[in-house]
Design a protein around this ligand. Structure first.
Ligand code: B4P
Length: 191
């Protein structure tokens, strides 16, 4: 089973490329952003906590995310692969996932780091805000999310590079062009 992490700034195409990989490889997809938005919609206690952070462009605390993901990782079997989209987002989350998988005799196989310039990220997220109505896709919150990415998430690239699993991917161009850059990396890991 292949554990693939899709990593990048808000708007870098994590969710979009995950969908392409699910279609091609039949991998299972887990998006912490989608999970949290579902909790918010269902008005659960976890959703109430998550909304306070997401609507301001902040990250949900590590302990909340790690507990949510621990339950997910524990129950996974009989699948070709899993795409982790938006998790981990901090070095403590990265360390937690690494040891969680090790405890199950498993590992992170690939980290795809989608690299996109800031002006393109802002343009994509503002466009999505117009069509999806997502509460966090407005200019003020986007700026905050990009700042949080730089201060809390970007360091994960060094963490995974040191583990020898990081692959940088140029994240600009059409969706198909980016997918075409990712496929050889995934195929290489499947061989
Ligand atoms: P996410 O749902 O992960 O939101 P995101 O970072 O904005 O990425 P997303 O996957 O949605 O967008 P994509 O880049 O695919 O997280 C939301 C919030 O939840 C976080 O801010 C945080 O508060 C919280 N959260 C989630 N996980 C957490 C964790 N582990 N720890 C703590 N908090 C957590 O695409 C964006 C747009 O670009 C789309 O509209 C898409 O259509 C477009 N696009 C993509 N590729 C394109 C291309 N090649 N060309 C043109 N447009 C493109």
């Amino acid at each position: 089973m292949l554990n693939v992490l899709i990593f990048g700034a808000p708007g870098s195409g994590k969710g979009t490329q995950s969908e392409e990989l699910i279609r091609k490889y039949g991998f299972k997809h887990i998006s912490t952003g989608d999970m949290l938005r579902a909790e918010i919609k269902a008005q659960t206690p976890l959703g109430e906590i998550a909304a306070r952070y997401i609507n301001d462009g902040n990250l949900v605390p590590d302990d909340v995310i790690v507990e949510m993901m621990e339950q997910f990782v524990l129950t996974q079997k009989d699948t070709e692969g899993i795409i982790y989209d938006g998790f981990p987002r901090t070095v403590p989350q990265g360390e937690a996932l690494w040891s969680m998988l090790e405890r199950h005799n498993d590992k992170v196989d690939l980290v795809l780091n989608l690299q996109v310039p800031e002006e393109v990220l802002i343009e994509r997220l503002l466009h999505r805000g117009e069509v999806s109505g997502r509460a966090d896709d407005n200019m003020e919150t986007i700026r905050k999310r990009l700042e949080v990415y730089e201060t809390s998430t970007a360091a994960l690239a060094d963490f995974f590079s040191a583990k020898g699993v990081l692959h940088n991917v140029v994240g600009t161009g059409t969706v198909e062009e980016i997918t075409a850059r990712i496929i050889p990396i995934v195929d290489g890991a499947l061989e």
